[in-house]
Write a protein that binds this ligand. Structure first.
Ligand code: 5GP
Ligand code: MN
Length: 343
């Protein structure tokens, strides 16, 4: 399926032109791609179309993205639940970096579904919800929602193929989101990904600055926590499943903040014999789950069948509920062993 058909671009163009109360929505626990794509679209709509879109996020944006979000107006629904009403008043809702409204959290899902206005989805996960979203730009053959959005923006008349016509803030946010979703070009890189990077560089985006903000400004605590977790808490089974379980006590010990352990799940995959990396982080009444796999093991299928989640073929996430899935937190390791025993 060609994600960017002329017909779909034309319908998006007409929708954008006709709408005055546009809401942009992204997923729970937003990452670089979620925030990057949302901000890139917001600035395009503001700077190139004179619109005043509202950006709604289900949870706060992590500190490591402060270089993108500083000074940006975003409605964090976790701290301002009343802002969900913006969705009810919207005449166009555009969702980014998820395939189904439930990924925006219960309150936003309900508001999205209740509003009969046109809805647009721009994403890169398998299985987009084409019933809920009338206009869908989605492909798994792109690195990120940022890349999908980049292609959409370039096809619109305001940009018409010239990346240098993008607002600088949009171009920077697109480069940042693509960079985090590819782990700085380590995975999910397609020919179009490099074309996008090249065009954005040519348009003047300061990639060195972005990469330094993303990867060279961590707090010392994060690295100390990584050291303890990798050194003392990582198990590796005979069938190549690495598992790290982070308790609330450990997070308190290192004063770990939201999003600060992102990336840890990738590290065990650098060990030759590891084919699946499982990362569990304890929160209220459940563990948040991250899965990363090597070709041949489907992180997505595992997340869907055993961890109440989903994602991409090799990178997925979900939740492990207490007591629905396991009686208490001490059973988490046993549960992971059981559901991955036949890999
Ligand atoms: P992460 O491990 O970085 O949180 O997530 C990896 C991938 O899995 C991302 O593409 C994310 O969208 C997806 N993902 C994470 N958590 C969930 C979830 O609870 N449900 C679904 N469907 N996808 C998830
Ligand atoms: Mn993404």
């Amino acid at each position: 399926m060609n994600a960017i058909s002329e017909k779909r671009i034309e319908s998006l163009r007409l929708l954008l032109q006709a709408s005055s109360r546009i809401c942009i929505v992204t997923h729970m626990h937003p990452d670089g791609d979620a925030i990057g794509s949302s901000l890139a679209l917001k600035h395009f709509l503001e700077d190139c179309m004179g619109k005043a879109p509202e950006l709604l996020i289900p949870d706060a944006s992590p500190d490591y993205l402060a270089f993108l979000t500083r000074g940006e107006k975003m409605h964090d629904v976790s701290s301002h639940p009343e802002d969900v009403c913006l969705l009810s008043e919207a005449d166009l809702i555009i969702c980014l970096d998820f395939n189904a409204a439930r990924r925006a959290g219960e309150a936003m899902e309900a508001a999205i579904k209740a509003n009969p206005c046109p809805k647009v989805l721009i994403d890169h996960h398998p299985g987009p919800d084409t019933e809920q979203f009338g206009t869908v730009f989605s492909s798994t053959e792109v690195s990120s929602a940022c890349e999908m959005l980049y292609q959409v923006l370039l096809a619109l008349p305001q940009i018409s193929g010239d990346a240098s016509a993008l607002p600088r803030t949009s171009a920077t946010a697109l480069m940042a989101g693509m960079t985090t979703d590819t782990n700085n070009f380590a995975n999910s890189v397609f020919p179009g990904t490099l074309r996008m990077a090249s065009a954005l560089l040519e348009a003047g985006v300061d990639r060195d600055w972005i990469v330094a903000r993303l990867y060279n400004e961590y707090r010392e605590n994060r690295i100390r926590a990584f050291a303890e977790l990798l050194g003392s808490h990582m198990t590796i089974s005979d069938n190549g499943v690495a598992c790290i379980i982070v308790t609330r006590e450990l997070m308190e010990k290192y004063d770990i903040r939201e999003g600060e352990l992102d990336g840890l799940v990738n590290i065990p995959l650098s060990i030759g014999k590891v084919k699946l990396s499982v990362f569990l982080k304890e929160t209220e009444g459940m563990f948040r789950v991250s899965l990363r796999s090597k070709k041949g093991v489907s992180a997505n299928r595992l997340a869907m069948s055993h961890f109440n989640g989903g994602g991409h073929e090799l990178a997925a996430g979900g939740r492990l509920y207490i007591p629905a899935d396991i009686p208490d937190r001490d059973h988490a390791a046993g549960y992971v062993g059981k559901v991955t025993a036949d890999l």
